[in-house]
Design a protein around this ligand. Structure first.
Ligand SMILES: [Zn+2]
Ligand SMILES: [Zn+2]
Length: 324
C-alpha cells in the first residue's frame, strides 16, 4: 500500500516526447499545483520558490501517516482561503511560555523517576526568530498546577491532556502575541486514541503546546543516543518550528520532506528537515510576510552557532541552489 502511494506521488514523467505532433504540455507536479502562480511575487522570491532541487522527495512512511490520519496536503490557495491570522503591528510577537520546571523537570512513572532536560530556551527562541522573522519573547516559567488540568496514566506514566493545558493558559495570551507556544516537560496526549503527543496547536486560538518529555527515548524503553544533548536540541528545534508553523495556520505537508510533515514517532521527527518546503514557505510568505530567503539565511547562522552543522549545511546548499 505504501509503495503504491509513493508511485502515485511521483508519476507523470514518461510521455513519448519524440513522436508528438505539437509540443506537449509539461506535466505539472502536485507541488507546483499546490504552489500556484508566483508571477505576482518579487522575482527573487518567485524563482526561489520554483527551485525545489534541495528538497528530498517525500517518503512512503510520511504518506502513510497522512493517509492514516485522513490528512490531505493543503495548497497555498487553500491556506489563504482559511484566512489565517495576519501579522499586524502590535500583534507580531511569538511568545514562548514555559510551564513547570525549566530547564529540567522530574517526571515519574510507576517504578521510574527521570529528569527531563531542555535546551536553553534562548537558543530555541533564536531558531524561531530566524525561521519566522518575528520577535520572540520567552516569558518566565509559570508553575504547572497538575490539579488544574486533565490527565491520565498510560503505561505507567502520567500524561497531561494538551487541550486542557492550553485551556488553562488561554487567559494568559498577551495582547501583543501573534501566538503563544506553551512548553512543558510532561508527557502529553491530545486525542484519547493517541498513545502520546509531541505537541498540539490551535491556530484560531493563537495557541500551541510542545513537550520535551519524549526526546530521551531511554525513558520509554528505547536507546539513549550518545550525543543526548545535541539530539534533544535537534528534536526541540524541529518540534518547536513545526508547532509554530501550525500556529500560522499551516497544516501537515507531504509535498516534500518538509518541516511540516506529519509526526507519529520520534523517528518521524528526526527525519524532518528544520526548514519548510517551497509550498509551506509560500504560505508563510503570502499570509505572514515571512521572506523565505532571509529566513534560510538567518537559520543557517543560528544553526551554525548552535553546533547544528548538518542543518546549517543544508541551508547553505539551499542558498547556493544545489541539489538535495
Ligand atoms: Zn503537526
Ligand atoms: Zn511543506
Amino acid at each position: 500500500m505504501t509503495l503504491g502511494l509513493l508511485a502515485s506521488a511521483s508519476c507523470g514523467s514518461s510521455e513519448d516526447l519524440g513522436r508528438a505532433q505539437t509540443p506537449p504540455t509539461a506535466p505539472v507536479s502536485a507541488w507546483r499545483r499546490a504552489l500556484g502562480p508566483v508571477d505576482d511575487l518579487a522575482p527573487e522570491h518567485a524563482s526561489w520558490l520554483l527551485d525545489a532541487r534541495a528538497y528530498a522527495q517525500t517518503d512512503a512512511r510520511t504518506l502513510a501517516i497522512a493517509r492514516r490520519h485522513g490528512e490531505r496536503s493543503q495548497g497555498v490557495d487553500e491556506h489563504l482561503a482559511a484566512a489565517p491570522n495576519p501579522v499586524v503591528d502590535g500583534r507580531s510577537t511569538l511568545v514562548v511560555q514555559p510551564l513547570g520546571g525549566f530547564p529540567f523537570d522530574v517526571i515519574e512513572g510507576n517504578d521510574f523517576v527521570g529528569l527531563v532536560r531542555t535546551p536553553p530556551l534562548a537558543h530555541l527562541a533564536a531558531v524561531l526568530a530566524a525561521s519566522f522573522g518575528l520577535a520572540v519573547e520567552v516569558l518566565p516559567a509559570r508553575p504547572l498546577v497538575l490539579d488544574s488540568v486533565s490527565g491520565r496514566t498510560r503505561r505507567g506514566f502520567t500524561q497531561l491532556d494538551a487541550q486542557s493545558v492550553l485551556h488553562s493558559v488561554a487567559a494568559e495570551l498577551p495582547p501583543h502575541a501573534y501566538a503563544m507556544l506553551t512548553l512543558v516537560n510532561h508527557d502529553l496526549y491530545a486525542l484519547p486514541e493517541q498513545d502520546y503527543a509531541f505537541g498540539w496547536s490551535l491556530h484560531r486560538d493563537r495557541q500551541g503546546i510542545a513537550s520535551f518529555a519524549r526526546f530521551d527515548p531511554s525513558f520509554h524503553g528505547g536507546l539513549r543516543p550518545d550525543d543526548l544533548e545535541q539530539a534533544i536540541l535537534r528534536r526541540s528545534v524541529r518540534l518547536l518550528l513545526h508547532e509554530c508553523a501550525h500556529m500560522f495556520g499551516l497544516t501537515h505537508c507531504t509535498y516534500f520532506r518538509c518541516a511540516l510533515g506529519p509526526i507519529d514517532v520520534l523517528a518521524d521527527l528526526d527525519a524532518r528537515p528544520p526548514y519548510p518546503c517551497p509550498v509551506c514557505q509560500c504560505k508563510l510568505l503570502r499570509s505572514a510576510g515571512v521572506d523565505p530567503i532571509a529566513a534560510v539565511r538567518r537559520s543557517v547562522a543560528v544553526f551554525a552557532q548552535l553546533g547544528l552543522h548538518d542543518e546549517a549545511a543544508w541551508g547553505r546548499r539551499r542558498l547556493e541552489g544545489t541539489t538535495a
